[in-house]
Design a protein around this ligand. Structure first.
Ligand code: GDP
Length: 718
């Protein structure tokens, strides 16, 4: 048994060492919801197995999710698990399961939940292997350094291929997968698992449909050799991470079961090794072994590196590290906002250090205000329980905190910290929205504002020229769901316009710009004069402002207003009125007037200076490019590729697996509307595809003309 650290409060129910904050991520339909559901079942929380296809899965709270059969929002559920054997045998562990959505339109949700996890289960379908979305999620997990296990689900399906899926992880994801268990049989014959560490077999009792009963038996004779071979490979792989095991391995000495487990744990923590478990969530097989592996191999909040945080005054680099410790100052991150029909705004938080108590006030560095916690709750599937305290490493919910939004840090005023904000991709699609009746206008703006607080990839703006409200997000489905939620949760019926591309503008060259706002006709005059140097910034770096004014040619109090003007001008670029990205603005010169200068005049000067410089700096229009992955039977391959070419697609790769051909391409989003229908009719309904935003690229000249002409933003060409 591991010794407990001094960082545990004597009041906490489950020590930090025995806590696991994990998530499950997968390609849509790989079985993430079913696996979560079974985890809750086996851990004794839910007493009836709910089937996803019947729409009763407890982690799927939202109605639309049930209807659409996909998990949109991440919910957090806690449960307990006690291993019978292994490193932590007999010790009760608390597993906090943070649900992560599988659909590409909800990448922000995935990123947000990955940030608060310590470890993850990557679920794959044993038939399909690595699918496009599993690749995206895997990359995101790498970005957030999440140690993980792989669960090869659906071993009962026709075509199940455990070894093929393991190989896929190696080849397509460049992972280092090693089975911890092997499947006994496959498809309808999938009977159980061979434990490569204990070297026994677990065979499920077919008379128990819930999979609660399985017998520990000898490894089937026809699998013995294979099991030896894989065990050997496992020990060899683990030896790379553990010198003691390496010595024993090289000397041909026996490595004990617990030594292997410790080795696997150590290797998993490095993120350079992934333990693999086969199973069938639907047929209730392999889930208990998966839970054992979560406890044995995934990290507790003590095992992960301290989270980086910004101290007051830190600019780009965080200088603080927050360690899980119940006695330290309280620090927590709000990672999800949920508009709950019963209790109202519910904020999901992860406590990183210290203790969060009911009734306490905390400081929010973003708003510079304090707020009181009136209720603290934990989630047990679809029911919540009020608690008085939550300690470091835990996930809980707050009720009654009006000011908190996603990404906010909670801390003490005396210990001000900001946890690194997560990064989110830019929206790629936009549409206009207006209420069906004038009376609903205010309700609509309030609702949109609330939804934007919940979701950082959902952006609401208004068109300065037409006064139209625009909503932008990660895809048609994303915005469709927002519209559903408006109707259901906020009772606002709204009309949306046709989806439009969320273009961006930037510059290729550098230029100087002059802005003067001078009025001297009767009454009080206006005087503002600013000069800037504009240059391209690194891709993805966004906007940077450098104040290089010397000798007070623009007085200090007018610098901010000038910058505000520049920022306002950047909302509507000079090419077609789209937002400007990745530019560096140096404010270099200007002049003022003792009496006539005002904030307003310098703001106008900023706007004019920016427009002037941008026009001269070789401005271009950028369009979102999607990474598209099409799976089609071979006979339609030619047609599918021809069609992608017509859509200005650039084919990146192609591979054939059996009769199925997988085509990857970069395609401008502009040409992808209606693709679902077109690809279906091209392939007699047999091809499937997925796409996700990849990057922005310059719009070719012929297309640019159409965009500029079609742009309703008349101000753009001024
Ligand atoms: P998610 O989209 O990743 O959350 O996947 P779901 O859990 O919703 O599962 C998608 C579909 O696959 C549902 O119809 C499930 O019943 C089915 N499914 C899940 N696990 C298994 C499995 O182990 N075997 C088989 N045959 N089907 C499964």
């Amino acid at each position: 048994m591991a010794t407990l650290s001094a960082k545990n409060s004597p009041n906490r129910a489950c020590p930090l060492e025995y806590t696991r904050n994990i998530g499950i991520s997968a390609h849509i339909d790989a079985g993430k919801t079913t696996v979560s559901e079974r985890i809750l079942f086996y851990s004794g929380l839910v007493h009836k197995i709910g089937e996803v296809h019947e729409g009763t899965a407890v982690t799927d709270w939202m109605e639309q999710e049930r209807e659409r059969g996909i998990t949109i929002t991440s919910s957090a559920v806690s449960c307990h698990w006690k291993n019978k054997v292994g490193l932590f045998a007999g010790i009760d562990h608390q597993i906090n399961l943070i649900d992560t959505p599988g659909h590409v339109d909800f990448t922000a949700e995935v990123e947000r939940s990955l940030r608060v996890l310590d470890g993850a289960i990557a679920a794959f379908c044993s038939v399909a292997g690595v699918q496009p979305q599993s690749e995206t999620v895997w990359r995101q997990m790498n970005k957030y350094s999440v140690p993980r296990l792989a669960f090869i689900n659906k071993m009962d399906r026709t075509g199940a291929d455990f070894y093929g899926a393991v190989n896929d992880i190696k080849e397509k994801l460049q992972g280092n997968p090693h089975p911890l268990y092997l499947p006994i049989g496959a498809e309808a014959n999938f009977k159980g698992l061979v434990d490569l560490i204990k070297m026994v077999a677990y065979v499920y009792d077919e008379n128990d449909p819930n999979g609660m009963k399985f017998d520990e038996v000898e490894i089937p004779a026809d699998m013995k050799e294979k099991a030896e071979e894989y065990r050997h490979a496992l020990i060899e792989a683990v030896a790379d991470f553990d010198d003691d095991i390496m010595m024993k391995f090289l000397d041909g000495e026996e490595v004990s079961e617990d030594e292997i487990r410790r080795g696997v744990r150590k290797a998993t923590m490095t993120r350079e090794f992934v333990g693999v478990i086969p199973g069938s969530a639907l047929k209730n097989k392999g889930v208990q072994m998966l839970l054992d592996a979560v406890v044995d191999y995934l990290p507790s909040p003590m095992d992960v590196p301290p989270i980086k945080a910004f101290a007051e005054g830190d600019e780009d680099t965080p200088s603080l590290e927050i360690v899980a410790d119940d006695f330290a100052a309280p620090t927590a991150l709000a990672f999800k906002i949920w508009a709950d029909p019963f209790v109202g705004k519910l904020v999901f938080i992860r406590v990183y250090s210290g203790c969060i108590k009911k009734g306490m006030t905390f400081y929010n560095p973003r708003t510079r205000k304090t707020e009181r916690i009136s209720r603290l709750v934990v989630f047990m599937a679809d029911q919540r329980t009020d608690v008085d305290e939550a300690y470091s490493g835990s996930i809980c919910g707050l009720i009654g905190c009006k000011e908190l939004i996603t990404g906010d840090t909670m801390c003490e005023r005396e210990h001000e910290v900001r946890l690194e904000p997560p990064t989110f991709p830019d929206p790629v699609i936009a549409m206009s929205i207006e209420p069906n009746s004038k009376a609903d206008q205010e309700k609509l703006s309030i609702a949109l504002q609330r939804l934007a607080e919940e979701d950082p990839t959902f952006v609401v703006t208004s068109d300065a020229e037409t006064g139209q409200t625009l909503i932008a997000g990660m895809g048609e489905l994303h915005l469709g769901i927002i519209r559903d939620r408006l109707l259901r949760e906020f009772k606002v019926d709204a009309q949306v316009g046709k989806p439009q591309i969320a273009y961006r503008e930037t510059i290729l060259g550098s230029a100087d710009g002059v802005g003067k706002f001078i009025r001297q006709s009767g009454g009080r005059g206006q005087y503002g004069h600013a000069e800037i140097k504009l240059e391209p910034n690194e891709k993805g770096k966004g906007y940077e402002f450098l104040n290089e004014i010397v000798g007070g040619v623009i007085p200090k109090e007018y610098i901010k207003p000038t910058e505000e003007g520049i920022k306002e001008a950047m909302l509507n670029g000079v090419v077609a009125g789209y937002p400007v990205v990745d530019v560096k603005v140096h404010l270099v010169f200007g002049s003022f007037h003792e009496v006539d200068s005002s904030e307003m005049a310098f703001k106008m000067a900023g706007i004019f200076a920016f427009k002037d410089a941008m026009k001269k700096a070789n401005p271009i229009l950028l369009e979102p490019i999607m990474k598209v992955d099409v799976q089609t039977p071979e006979e339609y391959q030619g047609d599918v590729m021809g069609d992608l070419n017509r859509r200005r697609g650039q084919i990146q790769g192609m591979e054939t697996k059996g009769n199925l051909c997988n085509i990857q391409a970069f395609v401008p989003l502009e040409t992808m509307f209606g693709y679902a229908t077109d690809v279906r009719s091209l392939s007699s309904g047999r091809a499937s595809y997925s796409m996700e935003p990849s990057h922005f690229e310059q719009v070719p000249a012929n297309v640019l003309k159409q965009v500029v002409e079609g742009s309703t933003r008349k101000n753009a060409r001024s």
